[in-house]
Each structure stands twice: as C-alpha cells, then as structure tokens.
Design a protein around this ligand. Sequence first.
Ligand code: AP5
Length: 218
Amino acid sequence: MDVVLLGPPGAGKGTQAKRLAATFNLLHISTGDLLREEVGKGSELGQQAASYMQKGELVPDDLVAKMLVTRLHSQQGLAGCVFDGYPRTRAQAELLDGLLAELGRRVDVAVYLEVPDDEVVARLGGRRSCPSCGAVYHLRTQPPARDGVCDVCGSQLVVREDDKEEVIRQRLAVYRTHTEPLLELYGGRGVLARVPGQGTPEEVFLRLADAVRGGRER
Ligand code: AP5
C-alpha cells in the first residue's frame, strides 16, 4: 500500500507519517528529512539544496528525484511507503506514478491534512527538532521531558532554519501555487481523503488511520 500525505507546512505530516509507518508497516519517505540529512553532511546535493530551503523555495525536481529513487529502493519486507512531502508538483506526481508503476504499484490513497494558516504559523513557531534522529516536538503541545533535549537520543534540539516567520509565509505561498493543485489530481482519481488536522496528534492519527484503511479496502 502506498500513501501520499498532503498538507501545508506544519500540518503535522512528519508527526503523523512516523506513526502511520509504524502502524501499517510502511517505509517513511520524507524528502524534507532526506534533504536536511544531505545539508548536514555538507554533500554536493546538500549544498545545492540549502539555498532553496533557506528561502522556502522548492528544491529542483532532479535533485529531489535522485534521493527519492535511492530511498524507494531501500525498502525491504515492508508493505509499501508513506510519502511525506513528496510529490509537491505535478511533475513530481507524474514521476512518482512512473516509479511505482515499475514496481507494479500505485498511489492507493492521498490524505490531505487540513489545517488553517494561523494554526500553521503557531505550530511552526513552537517547533523544536532533533538534528540527530529527526524527532519533532512543540514547546506547548508536545514538549520534551527535559528542556531543549531530545527524549529519544539526548541531542540538543534546534529551531529549523526555515521556521522563521517570513520563510513560513513563503513556504505557504509555494504550497498554494505548486502543491495544492495536486488535490484536484488525486480527487479526480478518486483516491483523495480529506482529514481535519486540528485536535491532538492522537485524535488526528485516528482519523488518518481510518482514511488509510479505507484506501486499502478500495
Ligand atoms: P519539509 O521538511 O517537507 O517541510 P514542510 O512540508 O514545510 O513540512 P514541515 O516539516 O514544516 O511540517 P509537517 O507538516 O511535517 O509538520 P510537523 O509534523 O513537523 O520541507 C522543507 C523544505 O525542503 C521545503 O521548503 C523545500 O525547500 C524542500 N523540499 C522538501 N521536499 C521537497 C520536494 N518534494 N520538492 C522540492 N523541495 C522539497 O508538525 C509541525 C509542528 O506542529 C511540530 O512542532 C509538531 O509537534 C506540532 N504538531 C503536530 N501535530 C499537531 C497537532 N495535532 N496539534 C498541535 N501541534 C501539532
């Protein structure tokens, strides 16, 4: 089963994708996390991607595609993938269709996490991330047990470079222009499920899991 998670920046895609992957035995593919890993390593790809990410722009398709293909083929013994932050454009959606078709698969369900803009800004303003293991916290709604320290691996938590208000606004604008049209694409195929993204992460997860089960039964 292959699941695409759609939604604006800060909708909770990363938070929920990790849970979905664990519950449904799926490989979690987050292009944002993969890009941040490359930036952290200082690789050529990371250096090229960093300038786009800092401005809240999309990284060029060909750079993202290379990482996606490598990660997709690293899957072993899992039931499929949950794509978090991919696709973000029509061209990326077409590429994903082609890659999955080669494996005899397709997008079974695209879940749209609906969260209003003011909530997005509040969520991203309070986000703290672990640069080592990728765990995500929120100062108010999901604080770590010890201030500034990751519960999972003990690293110091950081504020993501692109979580500054002006960059958040730009990411939202990019999302509206390039990614929102994918709702129509997946809606037209009859695989889109709209899930309200407000409420506690647990409440949102129950709705999401229902939508994914519905997709599996289709
Ligand atoms: P990426 O990392 O994918 O960022 P994003 O899509 O903007 O999404 P976020 O990671 O900011 O938010 P999220 O929805 O995962 O929310 P989270 O769970 O963390 O991409 C970053 C950049 O990389 C892009 O701008 C682009 O430059 C580049 N890039 C990535 N993919 C690309 C692609 N395919 N093509 C081109 N470029 C690409 O939650 C947010 C906060 O809210 C957290 O603090 C969390 O604790 C909290 N929270 C979560 N759920 C709830 C809840 N229910 N209630 C209250 N708080 C909550």
